[in-house]
Design a protein around this ligand. Structure first.
Ligand SMILES: NC(=O)c1ccc[n+]([C@@H]2O[C@H](COP(=O)([O-])OP(=O)(O)OC[C@H]3O[C@@H](n4cnc5c(N)ncnc54)[C@H](OP(=O)(O)O)[C@@H]3O)[C@@H](O)[C@H]2O)c1
Length: 409
């Protein structure tokens, strides 16, 4: 086992989501069972956060590092087994830390949902991560843990019941309540801004296999769901789901890393269920209008200054507490057997629930060192389901307020 000073360091402790994460860790893990530290660019903000967290946080060490300073990042990486980063937009600030982790063999996980950035990091650092043994796991929040682990859960149950995996799976958001933070909005707007001026990046964003391993065998045409549609499997109208663009890429990467376990023609798509055709169309037009406005400079600036949350802002404690989500998965095997399950989370998806998912994933990650060698503990870029498998489903169910349940209707 490693003799690092820390199990993990939370980098970006003073971000909106980082503060919720640190509050959760302080509340549940200040008994010495987990050795963790808070890091960020400002000593003053970190000390203020410690004061805010109260007496239980007194012994949590604080580390100052700027996301652009490789020396400081290397010094931080050398003190720990794992860095958990909430410093975003990742496309603006994330690369130096990924580089340092891949070079020093330090494990890393984050909350990014920025497909184009992950694709760039894969291209640049996969070989380095393999060589150093660093395991890099992006998307450890609402995007994309419920989708990625939900598909794993459904497929494992299908295999147990039918002896086969499903060749097609759909995820439909049945109900969800939550809001957006300034950091998430900044990340979304930055993607729209970069895509508006770069055709290659637009191709990456529209490619369902953008994050699949090089030379993957997948060519099946995937449903795009960017319009309102009637879904005969769910017998309900559906509208586009904003997180589908990252979640579907992560699920296809998982299938790729598992050597096409779910089939070379595996189909996976996501959408939101809607009570009526009218509401589905209104939601589709609303999202379309937002995406078009985000791509146009002056409209983007107007939205930013008029009504979107600023970096550091986000849903109130009440909104976090009263939020939730309920996602239904439908799968069909090649011989026509069907199976359904649901994944739910208490608290709002992007913050209350995301902070718990990230904390519990980080603890699980830090306790499973790559000394325990099997094919999935090698260095490289993993997805949550391929690195952690069903034991993470158990941990999230036990500790993070998620449920994974087969449906029998
Ligand atoms: N996957 C999910 O479900 C999910 C959910 C929530 C959030 N997110 C993502 O998580 C990220 C954080 O969101 P948020 O709303 O918490 O963001 P935020 O409040 O705007 O925080 C951004 C953080 O980045 C830090 N930062 C910026 N430049 C830095 C630098 N040069 N060196 C070190 N730190 C620097 C800021 O430091 P200061 O505190 O010192 O200003 C701040 O802590 C975003 O990318 C968002 O999209 C994903």
């Amino acid at each position: 086992m490693s003799d690092s000073e820390f199990d993990f360091i939370v980098f970006g402790a003073t971000s909106f989501v980082g503060k919720i994460l640190c509050a959760y860790l302080t509340e549940h893990y200040s008994d010495g069972s987990v050795k963790w530290a808070m890091a960020g660019r400002s000593a003053t903000k970190l000390e203020a956060l410690k004061t805010e967290l109260g007496e239980k946080a007194n012994l949590v060490p604080v580390i100052v590092a700027d996301a652009a300073d490789e020396q400081q990042l290397t010094a931080m990486a050398n003190q720990t087994n794992l860095i958990v980063s909430t410093v975003g937009p990742y496309a603006l600030y994330g690369e130096p830390l990924v580089k340092v982790c891949c070079e020093t063999g330090t494990d890393y996980c984050d909350l990014t949902g920025e497909t184009q950035w992950i694709a760039q990091m894969l291209d640049k650092y996969q070989a380095k991560a393999k060589a150093s043994g660093a395991r890099i796991v992006n998307c450890c929040g609402f995007d994309s843990i419920p989708s990625d682990m939900g598909v794993l859960f459904l497929q494992e149950k299908a295999h147990e019941q039918f002896g086969h995996y499903c060749y097609r799976v759909k995820m439909r958001v049945k109900a969800m309540k939550g809001g957006f933070s300034g950091g998430t909005v900044a990340s979304l707007l930055n993607v729209a801004k970069e895509a508006a001026k770069d055709p290659a990046l637009r191709r990456t964003l529209t490619n369902p296999y953008a994050l699949c391993p090089a030379n993957h065998p997948f060519f099946a045409r995937q449903a795009s769901n960017n319009k309102a549609k009637y879904d005969s499997d769910f017998q309900q109208w559906t509208a586009p789901f904003v997180m589908a663009s990252i979640n579907t890429r992560v699920v296809h990467r998982s299938n790729g890393l598992l050597e096409a376990r779910y089939g070379k023609n595996f189909l996976y798509d996501e959408a939101m269920l809607s009570p009526s055709a009218f509401k589905a169309k209104a939601m589709a037009y609303g999202l379309g209008a937002f995406m078009v406005s985000a791509a146009v400079g002056p409209l983007r600036s107007a939205m930013e200054s008029l009504f979107l949350p600023k970096p550091g802002d986000g849903p109130s404690p009440d909104e976090q507490e009263n939020g939730f989500y309920n996602m239904h998965f439908f799968g069909e095997t090649a011989t026509g057997q069907t199976i359904k399950c649901k994944v739910t989370g208490d608290k709002d998806p992007g913050y209350g629930s995301t902070a718990k998912m990230l904390a519990e994933t980080a603890i699980f990650f830090s306790q499973h060192s790559n000394d325990e060698k099997d094919s999935c503990t090698d260095g490289g870029f993993w997805t949550p389901s391929t690195l952690f498998g069903m034991p993470l489903v158990e941990r999230l169910s036990e500790k993070a307020g998620l449920t994974f349940e087969l449906l029998t209707d």
